[in-house]
Design a binder for this molecule. Structure first.
Ligand SMILES: [Zn+2]
Length: 180
C-alpha cells in the first residue's frame, strides 16, 4: 500500500478541487477518511484471516464494489438519505466512489505484496497494473521509520504527491483565469 498519509492526501486534494457548499466540514472529513478506510482490513491479520482470503488485506475491502458502498454511506452523511437519488446525490456518490476507489487503484501500482481484488465479489483475482512505480509500504509503524520507509516516501512524493499537486494547481489557476 502507499502509506495512509498518501491516501489521506489524495482525499485532501479531492476536497480542494471539488468543494462542497453543503456540510463543508463533513465533506472534508469524509474526503480524507474514505480513501483510508480500505486499509482497516489489516485487522484481518490479527484475526487470523489469511492475506489471500476474500476478506483478507487487499481483498474485498479494496474492491470497486466496496468503494461504492462507502460512497453511499458518505453521501447519506453529507446530504441525507432522501437526496441520494437526485442529481446532486449522484454527483456526491460518484465523487466519493472515485475517491475511495483511488485506494485500490494506487495499491495496484505498488511494487510488492499481493495484488488487489479490484473486481470482487464478481472476480476475486488479485490484480496489479502493468506499471508499478510506487514502492510498497511496510505494514506497521516501527518498520516505517527505516531505509525502506524512506524509499517508499520518495516514490510516493514522485508518483502521487507531485502529480496531484500539479492537478490542483492547474485547476486553481484555471478558476482564477475563468473568473477574469
Ligand atoms: Zn491498501
Amino acid at each position: 500500500m502507499p502509506t495512509i498519509i498518501t491516501h489521506a492526501y489524495t482525499g485532501m486534494i479531492g476536497a480542494s478541487i471539488f468543494t462542497s457548499k453543503v456540510s463543508k466540514l463533513k465533506f472534508w472529513l469524509l474526503s480524507i477518511v474514505c480513501p483510508v478506510i480500505p486499509d482497516f482490513d489489516v485487522i484481518g491479520f490479527k484475526l487470523g484471516i489469511p492475506y489471500a482470503n476474500f476478506w483478507g488485506h487487499r481483498g474485498f475491502f479494496h474492491s470497486l464494489a466496496f468503494a461504492f458502498l462507502v460512497a453511499v454511506v458518505a453521501t447519506i452523511i453529507v446530504i441525507s438519505v432522501q437526496n441520494v437519488f437526485t442529481r446532486k446525490g449522484f454527483g456526491f456518490l460518484f465523487y466519493f466512489w472515485v475517491l475511495t476507489a483511488s485506494h485500490g487503484i494506487l495499491d495496484a501500482m505498488t511494487s510488492g505484496g499481493l495484488g488487489i481484488a479490484l473486481l470482487a465479489p464478481f472476480d476475486n483475482t488479485r490484480y496489479f497494473f502493468p506499471f508499478t512505480p510506487i514502492a510498497v509500504s511496510p505494514i506497521g509503524v516501527s518498520r516505517f521509520f527505516s531505509a525502506w520507509g524512506w524509499r517508499v516516501m520518495k516514490s510516493e512524493l514522485l508518483w502521487v504527491w507531485a502529480p496531484l499537486a500539479v492537478v490542483l494547481l492547474c485547476q486553481k489557476s484555471l478558476r482564477v483565469i475563468m473568473r477574469k
